[in-house]
Write a protein that binds this ligand. Sequence first.
Ligand SMILES: [Zn+2]
Length: 284
Amino acid sequence: MKALAFRLLHQSGCVRLFRFLYQRRRVTILLFHDPSPTAMEMALRYLTRFYRIISLQTYLEARSAGTTDRLPEYSLILTFDDGHRGNYALLPLFEKYGVPATIFLCSAIVDTYRHFWFLDADGVLPVERLKALPNTERLECLGGIQFAEEKEYPTRQALSAREIQRMRPLIDFQSHTRFHSILTTCARARVRASLQGAKERLERDFGLSINALAYPNGDYDTRTVEETRTAGYRCGLTVDHGFNDDDTDLFLLRRLDVNDTEDVHELAVKASGLWQHLKSMHLP
Ligand SMILES: [Zn+2]
């Protein structure tokens, strides 16, 4: 049913209209997580046709120099949250299309055999309910399924240091906190440790230069933004839908989640912001 809706919306001309009205002079940031190489190849073929892919760093430089008017029309930034191991298989595609991307890493999970809590809980405990719990209660609940943040498992879920180094010439790596705690549910000390600790480890152990944070689950509040700034980040990325212009707060950058889809119609409708717009109007 949804597939049909995506096809009809894509073919209706609304996507083209949204692109022209909202995306021509603003910067669009897309959010992926762990797309298959098939999904990514389709996405890059489509996106490079209708958008100009720029790096997050190019955008940040333009914002601080006040030269965003010199960015290409239909500028679009590719971002990937969590640092999933599967992202490494996308490197040949980034090379083939010659496009930059930013991957947000959980600093205490990359290059270890620790697991992402939301992947291990999935199917056992309702992830959406866990996200809403105070952080200490969430960890207690996860303890009930023998999950622990620092436990090492037989399988690796996140990128390794070697994979990160191989991707570095083309890929910008930034911070997604240490363990992917939902920052709005944590005590201030834990927020601070999550933000500062991630930046420090990624810079010290991986030789990266960290200036951007993707808020886990896109969740933020005034305190989160304050601590992000204090920890030395230059920007924060949400999953609030919409586009970015000179008036967009750098700590509240907007992103469109494209759901790692393999369906070109779904991608077109979501990358244009049309789907998120319709959903916020409470249409079916
Ligand atoms: Zn995440």
